[in-house]
Structure formats: C-alpha cells, structure tokens
Design a protein around this ligand. Structure first.
Ligand code: AMP
Ligand code: ZN
Length: 470
C-alpha cells in the first residue's frame, strides 16, 4: 500500500510502526456552525482510508478531535447570549448526525480540547523548561520557532522567507514576540471568555497545541498517519510537528496526508467566504450517499469543483450500482437453487479481476476514482452475465462482490426495506398499472425501480402483479 507523504513529497510504501496496527489522527472541525461540504471532504476521504486499511486486515486506532474552544465559538456564544459550551455541544451533536448520514463511522475516540487542558499545560510547561517556549509580558506563552531546527520541513518553507512574509501578518499585541515566527501556545483570557488557570496566566490554549496533546494522549508519542485538509499543512501541522517533536524528542508522525480543496466556481469553499453549502442543505436534495459518491469520484489530492451537473452525474453513477444490486436480488429471488454451473464458476473467477483492479487502485495512494471505475466494470459484467437463466448462487455471489467493494468505500448500495407499509406498496403498484395502461412506460419503470431500491420485488404473473420483500 502506497501513501503520498506531504513530508517527502513522494508516494511511500506504508509500513506501520507496530505490525498490523495503525495509529491515525485526523484534525476535526471547529464546532460553531453546521459543517459544510468542504469539511465533509476530509471526513469522507479519511473514513475511506480507514475502511480500506481494515479491509486489508489492519487494526486502525482512529482519533479525530473537535475544537470546542475558539474565537468563532465565543463570538457565536456572545451573539446568542449563552455559554460557549452550549454552542460547541450543539454543533458536535449536529456534526455527528451529518457524519452518520454520510456513513462516516465515528472515530475510535473524539477528544474535546476543553477536556484536555491538563495535558496542554504539561506540554507547554515542558517546552518552557527546555527553552522552546517563553512567557511574554502579558502572560502569553510563545513557541520559540527558530529553536526547532527542522521548522518548515512539512510545508517545505524556508525560515527566512517565512520571516519576511510574516512580519506584515503581525496582529496587535504580538509586538512582544521575540521573533515574528513565534506562535502562541497559551493566551491570556479576555473579559467574558472561558478560561483556565495556568502557571503563566489565566487563559486558554492556542489552537495548535491541542492536536499535539490529544494525539500524544490517545495514540502515543509516535504515530503512523496524521491527516487533514491541505490548508492545515501550514501553519497548523508545521506547528504541531515543532511542538510535539521538541517536547517528546521523537518523530511525531511518519505519514502526513492532505486532501485537496472542495471548490465552488474554482474557489475554496469556506464559511468565511460565504460560498458554501452545508451537508444539511445537500441532504434536502440528495441522498447523502450521492454526496459520498461525488467526493470519492475524484482522487483526494485533486481539487474537486462542486456543481449541479457533477452531482447529477454522481447520482446517476450511484444509482447504476444500486439498481444492479436490486436486479441481482430480484433475479436471485426467482432463480433456481442449487450449485453453480461450471461456466458460472469460470465467470465468477473472471469477476475476481475487477476486485484485483479495485485493490490495485486503492493500494496506489487510495485512488478512489479508479476504484469506483473497477466497481462499474463489475456492475457491467454482472448486468451482462446475470440473467433469468443464472443460478441463485451465482447471482448472489456477484451481488456480494459489488456490495463488498462498495462497502469499502462506505457506499451503501443494497437498499434495505425502509419500512414501507403494505398500503404504500400497493398504492404504488396501482399507480404503475395505471401508468402502463396510459402507455407511460417511463413512469411504470420508475415505480418498479423505486420499489426495487426499497427492497420490494415485483413479479408480473398471469394472475396479476405480485410483490415480495427481498
Ligand atoms: P475547520 O473547521 O475549518 O478547521 O476545518 C475542518 C477540516 O475541514 C480541516 O481538515 C480542513 O482542512 C477541512 N476543510 C475546510 N474547508 C475545506 C474545503 N473547502 N475543502 C476541503 N477541505 C476543507
Ligand atoms: Zn489539528
């Protein structure tokens, strides 16, 4: 399995620190609003990475934080006249609902910044002791960036270039820094803000320190994979490396993975630019499986432009798989029981080639675009060779292959019966009969498909239409 490592700018063979186990940390969202579909990209991408690793027999310890103390959360709390915790709790719950709807599995652990302050005080204390950090006059603690000799190794930036660029970015109060490159580890409280006591001042942590501390606490000093969107490479991940490696004296993460942006009109989708759709917005128009399919239809390191046309294409692509699975179930329900024929066994072995292609694509830095193309080839093969004459065993085996590969991508393609009532089903069947009478075959087909997707199989018999649940 090869992974593109931002650190080396190369695809490298993946070798975990501990055989058979993966320690993975993914930077999670700041919770002050509903997540947008740009935030959903890393969730879907790295959930798929996790699923594929598990498919390969690896045990993945997957940690992803929620940033629940931040200027934006505090601002929103002030606007609503409530505690910051009310805002963060609300949006963590909403985020979890969106994750579930996108079939993104919960992490092994979702730590919260506000519950990890002790660990942050420990790490900052250690950095101060070692001369990697210092307290400024107002109590702010800064990281002494130039003392960390490898600073810039992830973002491939040169310290002196950074120095020039950063001077203009100094914000008020930062004049007390020893050096423009130094960044905040701990900052003094402001009136009305949540704060914690510390040896330096009553205040709250900087953003970067939280990930260094939570990763250490739940995964150890050295981890296999650290991941997030590409906007996090600098300064967030660069700063995390500096803090962790200075404090722990060990390589922080071996592989750094970054997804490219989800764009809209070729600009990064973001809350601050206002050019966003929330996951909730999209769910009003589409099954979120379609959104997941859309995200995975591009390689995670390629920018992806959101558009109505591409979402429609994703819908069609996803439905092609769902329909094929529904058809195979339908055919299997009516097919002869018993063993596969010799010819069927041969065909099934041939279908194994598509699985091999799928794995090959995923082994090549999780090329989900090619992996989905392999699923399509398998679907085409199943549609060609699975028919009324096939055995139930053959049809079921083909279906299971499609479902398994889709499942590795987190795509649910076998629609279980969604609790449709008998009357609802019969109503639709009547509508279908009427449509047929009126020679509206398109509508009649649509109804058959709709029922099939809900696990209801129709049979046109001499005595009329019969139905059963798959
Ligand atoms: P934030 O809440 O802004 O810290 O973002 C949470 C995660 O979403 C981070 O991994 C970001 O890199 C990622 N992210 C934010 N916007 C986008 C976008 N437009 N495309 C892809 N990833 C994004
Ligand atoms: Zn982080």
């Amino acid at each position: 399995m090869k992974i593109y490592n931002t650190l080396s700018k190369k695809k490298e063979e993946f070798v975990p620190i501990e055989e058979g186990k993966v320690r993975m940390y993914v930077c999670g969202p700041t919770v002050y609003n509903l997540i947008h579909i740009g935030n959903a990209r890393p969730m879907i991408v790295f959930d798929t990475v996790r699923r594929y690793m598990e498919h390969k027999g690896l045990e993945v310890n997957y940690v992803s934080n929620f940033t629940d103390v931040d200027d934006k959360i505090i601002k929103k709390a002030v606007e609503e006249g409530v505690d910051a915790a009310v805002i963060s709790k609300r949006y963590i719950e909403e985020c979890k609902k969106d994750m579930e709807a996108m079939n993104v599995r919960p992490a092994t652990m979702h730590p919260l910044a506000t519950e990890e302050i002790d660990g942050m005080l420990d790490m900052i204390g250690k950095l101060v002791e070692q001369g990697y950090a210092y307290k400024a006059e107002d109590g702010t603690v800064y990281f002494r960036t130039r003392n960390f000799k490898e600073y810039g190794k992830l973002s491939h930036k040169n310290l002196d270039d950074l120095q020039g660029g950063n001077r203009s970015l100094l914000v008020s109060g930062e004049g007390q820094k020893e050096d423009g490159l130094d960044f905040v580890l701990w900052k003094p409280k402001k009136e009305g803000e949540p704060y914690w006591e510390s040896p330096w001042c009553n205040g709250r942590p900087g953003w970067h320190i939280e990930c260094s501390v939570m990763s250490k606490r739940y995964l150890g000093d050295e981890i296999d994979i650290h991941a997030g969107g590409e906007d996090l490479v600098f300064p967030h991940h660069e700063n995390e490396i500096a803090q962790s490696e200075a404090a722990n004296g060990k390589t922080f993460a071996r592989y750094w993975m970054h997804n490219a942006f989800l764009n809209i009109d070729n600009r990064k989708m973001s809350k601050s630019a206002g050019n966003f759709f929330t996951v909730r917005d999209i769910s009003e128009k589409y099954d979120l499986q379609v959104l997941r399919f859309f995200m995975l239809s591009a390689h995670y390191r390629s920018p992806l432009n959101f558009s109505a046309e591409l979402m429609e294409a994703a819908k069609n692509g996803y439905e092609r798989i769902v329909t094929s699975v529904g058809n195979l179930n339908y055919l299997a329900g009516n097919a002869a029981q018993g063993d596969m024929s010799g010819e069927e066994k041969k065909l099934l072995a041939e279908a194994g080639n598509f699985e091999a292609k799928f794995d090959e694509a995923m082994d090549d830095d999780f090329n989900t675009a090619d992996a989905i193309a392999a699923i399509f080839e398998l679907v085409k093969f199943a549609n060609t060779y699975g028919n009324e004459k096939s055995s139930a065993a053959f049809l079921t085996a083909l279906k299971e292959k499609i479902v398994e590969l889709s499942d590795i991508c987190g795509l649910l393609v076998e629609k279980k019966e969604e609790g449709m009532l008998d009357e609802e089903i019969e109503g639709l069947i009547e509508e279908r009969q009427a449509a047929r009478k009126a020679k509206n075959f398109a509508r009649a087909d649509e109804i058959r498909k709709e029922l099939l997707e809900k696990g209801i199989i129709l049979e046109d018999t001499r005595e009329g239409v019969k139905w059963k649940r798959a």
